[in-house]
Structure formats: C-alpha cells, structure tokens
Design a protein around this ligand. Structure first.
Ligand code: KG4
Ligand code: ZN
Length: 336
C-alpha cells in the first residue's frame, strides 16, 4: 500500500479530545491528546458548547506540543488533515479551521477525514502487515458497526446497533453503578475483581444477526441497582455488565468474519481499549483461524494519529479537499 511519506500534521476534535499528531508513512512521530473528561465529568456527559470552547483554548498549544515532540518545525510539514465528520459541529469546526489555516498559509495538500475511517486506519500502526479484505468491528461512544473493508475507502456496512452504541452501554451502565464518567475504563477496573456470573444481564438481539441492541442492557443495569440497593456488589455488577457487552461483540464479529469467508478481523474504536474484549476476541480468532488486527491501546480512543494515518493513505492517492470543506454532524462511511 502506497503511503504519503512527508510529515503530515493531523488534527482530531470531533468530540471531547483535542488532539494533534505528526505522522509520516505509517510511522507516528508524535500524538498529543488533551482530554476534556475532567470538564464534562460534572455534567455526566459531553456538553457540545463547552466542548467547542475548550477546543478553542487547547488547539494551538496541542499543535505546538505535537511539533515539538516530533522535533519538527511547522515549515517541515508537507500535508495537513483534520476530522471533518461525523461529530459535534462546533467541536469539529475548531480543528478543521485550524488545519485549513495551516495548509492555506503554506499551500500544502489538505484533506478532511471521516472519524470512523480514522479509527479503522489505526490498524496501520500495529506491527503486522494489513491484509484485505478484513471485517472491522468499530466500537466507540457513538458507533457500533460491523464493516467489510475491501481496501481503505471501500467499506460495506454489514450490521450496526439499532439503538445505543457499545461505549454508551459502558458509560450509562457506569453511571447507574456510580462509577462516574467516562465509564468504559471505570467498568473495566471495577470488573477486574468481580464475578461476571453473579448477575444475569440481557444480551439484546437473538439469533444469527450482524446487528446489535444495547438499550435493554442499560435499563436492566438501572433496575438491578434499584432492586439490590445496599446489597449490590459493584465489582460483580461491573463484571456482569462487561461480560454482557463483550460476549455479544465477540460472537457477532466472529460470525461476520466466518460467514463472509473473511480471514482477517480488526477491532477498532474507543471500546477496543477494553482488555477483556481484546483478550476474548484474540482467543476467538485463534480458535477460528482468523488473523486479528488490533491497534495499540493508545490509538483506540480518540486521537489524531489515526486521522494522520488515514490521511497518509488518501494523500498518497492524490486526493485533496478544497478550502470550502465543511463539517458534518452525520455522515456514512465513504464507499468506493
Ligand atoms: O472512540 P472514542 O474515544 O470516542 C468516540 O468516538 O465516541 O470512544 C469512547 C468510548 C467511551 O464510551 C468510553 O467509555 C469507551 O470508549 N472506552 C472503553 C474503554 N476505554 C474507552 N470502554 C471499555 N473499556 C475501556 N477500557
Ligand atoms: Zn472515536
């Protein structure tokens, strides 16, 4: 696969992380992530207006730090990229405008990247060569999708969540259990000392499907907390919640890969940082004779390195976006 060799400056600001990375080919030279988690914790979720303002404050220092970590000057950058869809419009606009300004001033090649394509391209940073086609399980705070990837840029949707995303199930479950925000990592930590067989929680849709449903799980956790009161074991409930999410994700991903005769499976998105999910999917792939593509943990949750890697693929193909490129709240993954 041809990749853009000159250093690319990439920006990600679609939600509550302000991030800038410098990427060259498949090499990540720096990746600075400034999280707003502390700011949004008091509201128990991301407040869009507050997120946009925090991006305004963080964006230039984060870009500065990414250049300095990569030991490069702005004048040495040869391409510029930013996430332009999907995401919070105010938040996206900050990163997109900063990227445009840098590219415009130096007349550099510029490209907007789909956030989920970014997540998918994080597999380029792992040591194994990437072989196509692969089935990608994208699991984040806003998305849960199974996608067949013929090549980067050529995606077919196999299935998706009909209601909540897997990350949302972690976050809302964590909230019911009093584990705070953001919930995924907190549930993982609490679950490490818990018994996953203690409470039975629903698995959503039955039968052979590539779709998911997590809204019943959210309700069941809230009911469990109410019913158990002071008797509730938070570690056991966290372990049971994690098990309910992980078992469904692993089963559906393995089924999608085997039923499509696809020998490669990729696990990407913020929830791909979950250790139980990584281990269980690795064991399942080993059993089924599938190759698993697993990005490093720090490239699973939102970051600009993954956006730079996607830009590395697209800029190498000669693709460019104009100065009028807009930001979009919703957008399907690009097709062929
Ligand atoms: O991809 P991401 O960083 O942001 C979005 O694009 O949404 O994903 C964030 C989601 C959150 O729901 C967060 O709770 C979840 O990923 N997450 C985890 C873990 N780390 C982050 N879920 C389970 N276990 C983790 N270790
Ligand atoms: Zn994401």
């Amino acid at each position: 696969m041809k990749l853009f060799q000159g250093p690319i400056l990439a920006i990600e600001s679609s939600c509550d992380e302000t991030s800038c990375a410098i990427v060259s080919g498949r090499q990540v030279l720096s990746n600075v992530v400034s999280s707003q988690a502390e700011l949004h914790r008091k509201w128990g979720g991301v407040v869009p207006e507050a997120a946009a303002r925090a991006h305004v404050q963080a964006i230039v220092p984060v870009i500065d730090q990414a250049l300095s970590d990569a030991r490069l000057e702005l004048s040495q950058i040869e391409g510029v990229a930013a996430t332009n869809r999907p995401g919070l419009i105010g938040a996206l606009s900050v990163g997109l405008t900063a990227a445009k300004a840098i590219a415009f001033e130096r007349r550099l090649p510029f490209i907007g990247i789909h956030h989920l394509e970014g997540h998918m391209c994080a597999v380029l940073a792992q040591s194994e060569p990437v072989s196509f086609p692969f089935v990608g399980l994208i699991v984040s705070g806003g998305h849960t999708e199974l996608v067949e990837v013929a090549s980067f840029g050529d995606y077919s949707l196999l299935g998706q969540t009909l209601d909540d995303a897997a990350g949302e199930a972690f976050d809302k479950g964590a909230r019911s259990l009093g584990l705070g925000y953001p919930g995924g990592l907190a549930v993982q930590v609490a679950a490490s000392t818990g018994d996953s067989g203690r409470y039975h929680l629903p698995r959503g849709l039955r039968g052979e499907t590539a779709n998911f449903s997590f809204s019943g799980l959210k309700t069941a956790v809230a009911r469990l907390v109410e019913a158990e009161g002071d008797r509730l074991s938070v570690p056991d409930a966290a372990a049971s919640l994690q098990e309910a999410i992980v078992s469904v994700l692993v089963d559906r991903a393995l089924l999608a890969a085997t039923s499509h005769g696809c020998g490669n499976l990729a696990l990407v998105g913020g929830v791909a940082a979950n250790l139980a999910l990584r281990e269980r999917l690795a064991a399942g792939c080993h059993r089924e004779g599938l190759r698993l593509l697993l990005p490093p943990i720090d490239l699973c949750t939102d970051n600009a390195a993954m956006i730079g890697l996607a830009a590395s693929v697209r800029l190498a193909r000669g693709e460019r976006d104009g100065w009028d490129l807009d930001a979009y709240a919703n957008a399907p993954l690009p097709g062929r």
